[in-house]
Design a protein. Structure first.
Length: 466
């Protein structure tokens, strides 16, 4: 497999494939709005969409530092699925039934995104094939079976557990010993979704200013180099880029994730792989992977490279270390040996927002009008939509236009998260935990034990993942 001709960076393959949009005009000066949304990714755009649909007379302004979808919304793996960060913790804090309500809302969100994309004529290469997660080792298989049982306990009675032979009938992943499948997932083209959503929002009458970085958010103010937007409600929808805002260096950690995509694969190669259902694909490793079969028959595969940059720094164009590209290529070939001679067309990276307790949240501070949503820990393609509908309901409730709803009563609403440790503790901790997970995966691969490696268990407790 050659990586000599691989495009590295350039935001993402999704934009190389679709074309980079021409940025809209920046903010021309001081202005006012009813709602100011900071961030032109999925969360910000979905929030603008649902608010404007609910209250058409609202004056809504979206401010975006680069162009809509420049961040994780235009770089992710294209997994529209029902996972939500923090559900188990919410069950402990608020009870099992509350967490079940949250999970059911996420299940429904997959269909909601598909519905709106169809209604708004957004062609995002959506294929509703579900999510398939596989196990390679005895320890992974034990975790997979536990995971399967837990998901059923949270209401996914339509989930299916498969053995090695049944898994191979769906997809032939080398060494796979079992899998679990849920129908609550779909594959999509991230950039097509976010750019289509931006166009739909603008067509509703929402004002979008791009090339307009917000440097500070404070009650009723969003401050930029070009002027300030004053609004009763200012919503922070910046996910992995939150650390760049004044006073938010330790709010959410910008975790790095990297991806590669192959050239379009031949029919002969696909005959050896299968994957006719085009499910999104993941595994049960501690340093997990995620993949999809694209609409034009490539494999897009992602995982962790350099997990975190010192001082919560973020990249500019998605450039990825050669060692990370090679590691992802090796993982691809390990899963699908017949791809060994395939060309890697593109490699890129992006950041996702990680709260200290790994819990996604939606908040509206009624005393200040400040709101935010995020901390999706890599599950944001669908979660952002649920967050946006929840922010809509919270604002309508606060402004007296509506009362409480099922969404405003979900347990992630107004959840408080403590800040991350200061540097260098933050950098040392993240890199040490990342190395621990990698080493745990290596030991499990060399072992016949069904027990999860104790180092990985300790890392989970320290990191706050469980």
């Amino acid at each position: 497999m050659s990586t000599v001709s691989t495009v590295n960076g350039g935001i993402s393959f999704w934009y190389a494939n679709k074309g980079t949009p021409v940025p809209r005009e920046p903010l021309p000066g001081d202005t006012a709005a009813d709602v100011c949304i900071v961030g032109g990714g999925y969360t910000g755009l979905w929030t603008a969409y649902y608010l404007k649909k609910a209250v058409p007379f609202l004056n809504i302004t979206v401010l975006e530092a680069k162009f809509c979808g420049y961040g994780a919304s235009g770089r992710n793996g294209g997994w529209l699925y029902n996972g939500i960060a923090g559900r188990d913790r919410y069950a402990k804090l608020h009870g099992h039934d509350a967490a079940v309500r949250l999970q059911k809302a996420m299940n429904d969100t997959v269909g909601e995104v598909i519905r709106v994309a169809g209604q708004e004529d957004i062609d995002a290469d959506i294929h509703h094939g579900g999510v398939l997660e596989i196990a390679h080792t005895p320890a992974q298989l034990a975790r997979l079976k536990d995971f399967h049982s837990v998901e059923i306990a949270f209401g996914e009675t339509d989930r299916v557990l498969r053995g090695a032979r049944e898994t191979a009938e769906r997809i032939r992943v080398s060494g796979a010993v079992g899998s679990t499948w849920t129908p609550h997932g779909a594959r999509l083209h991230p950039a097509k979704l976010v750019t289509g959503l931006a166009d739909a929002v603008e067509a509703l009458g929402v004002t979008i200013h791009e090339s307009t970085p917000v440097t500070e958010i404070k009650p009723k103010h969003a401050v930029t180099p070009y002027g300030t937007v004053r609004a009763p409600y200012v919503l922070r929808c910046t996910e992995g880029f939150t650390a760049g805002l004044k006073g938010h260096r330790r709010t959410w950690l910008p975790m790095n994730s990297s991806m590669i995509v192959t050239e379009p694969l031949s029919a002969a190669i696909w005959d050896t792989i299968g994957w006719d259902g085009r499910e999104t694909l993941g595994d049960m490793a501690h340093a997990y992977m995620y993949a999809q079969r694209t609409a034009d028959d490539r494999i897009a595969l992602g995982g962790r490279g350099v997990p975190y940059r010192y001082g919560s720094a973020t990249d500019n164009d998605g450039r990825t270390r050669p060692a990370t590209v090679e590691a992802l290529r090796d993982l691809l070939v390990r899963f699908f040996p017949t791809t060994a001679a395939a060309r890697i067309d593109h490699a890129w990276s992006g950041v996702l927002g990680v709260p200290r307790d790994w819990c996604a949240t939606v908040t509206l501070d009624r005393s200040t009008g400040l709101g935010w949503a995020g901390g999706y820990v890599g599950s944001g393609v669908a979660t952002a939509n649920l967050a946006a509908r929840t922010l809509r309901d919270l604002i309508q409730q606060d402004s007296g236009q509506a009362g409480p709803t099922d969404l405003t009563a979900l347990p992630w609403v107004n959840h408080k998260v403590r800040r991350w440790e200061p540097e260098p503790l933050r950098w040392l901790g993240v890199h040490t935990l990342h190395a621990a997970y990698r080493s745990a995966d290596r030991r499990e691969a060399a072992s016949s034990s069904t027990a999860t490696d104790p180092v990985a268990k300790a890392a989970d407790r320290i990191s706050g993942r469980h």
